[in-house]
Write a protein that binds this ligand. Structure first.
Ligand code: PRP
Ligand code: URA
Length: 215
């Protein structure tokens, strides 16, 4: 894993962020709080993703009649969530980009082998011309994310226009992704120690999808 690499961006580990993570990692946190505080982290990840997009110069006039040399974003984006857990990140993207198009890729890890299986994809027709915010809260072995990225590349999206947003990453998954897709930007809120024997992130936060939607 190369943390120096421009393809890996870790949110600043401020006291506020560490406090939010402490709440969602805590096994006693009830679902309503888990959702509320995970949503706050998701918002920070989306904002950081937007920070990474290129801009071009744009000059406007302010109400004082003075001209201001600003910038504007000149590309188009879309979101793609890896169902199920990735759907939790869609609202955070919509909160920042009102009418953003969102595609879905249904990939599930086999509970016994931890290997991913692709079931379904539905993506915007013009996805090859967009920056893609790939949404999934957990990067564990990297199997699911790599499978989703292959779907995007097969649809004509260049690696350098994919930004993979996740809340927690394991070094194993980062390494796999950096080796396979070095130009994809990984934007994460935290990097944990490693994976356990069940390929769960440790110390981790458990099964994100279950905690956000079920338990
Ligand atoms: C989780 C998570 C990722 C994947 C990460 O999903 O949301 O998609 O595991 O693991 P990996 O990096 O080893 O592939 P899961 O398949 O458990 O389904 P869920 O979204 O329904 O929780
Ligand atoms: N999926 C999760 O939800 N958590 C992990 O730790 C690994 C995969």
């Amino acid at each position: 894993m190369s943390s120096e690499s421009s393809s890996l961006i870790v949110l600043p580990q401020t006291n506020q962020l560490l406090g939010l993570y402490t709440i969602i990692r805590d096994r006693t946190t009830p679902r309503s709080d888990f959702v509320f505080y995970a949503d706050r982290i998701i918002r920070l990840l989306v904002e950081e993703g937007l920070n990474q997009l290129p801009v071009s110069p744009h000059t406007i006039s302010t109400p004082t009649g003075i001209s201001y040399s600003g910038v504007r974003f000149n590309g188009h984006i879309c979101g793609v969530s890896i169902v199920r857990a990735g759907e939790s990140m869609e609202q955070g993207l919509r909160d920042c980009c009102r009418s953003v198009r969102i595609g879905k890729i249904l990939i599930q890890r086999d509970e016994a082998t931890a290997l991913p299986k692709l079931f379904y994809e539905k993506l915007p027709d013009d996805i090859s011309r967009r920056y893609v915010f790939l949404l999934d809260p957990m990067l564990a072995t990297g199997g699911s994310a790599c499978m989703a990225i292959k779907v995007l590349i097969d649809r004509g999206v260049p690696q350098e226009r994919i930004l993979f947003l996740n809340l927690l990453a394991a070094p194993e998954g980062i390494k796999v992704m950096q080796e396979k897709y070095p130009k994809v930007k990984i934007i994460t809120g935290g990097i944990d120690a490693n994976l356990d024997e069940n390929k769960f992130i440790t110390p981790g936060l458990g099964d994100f999808g279950d905690r956000y939607y079920c338990i």
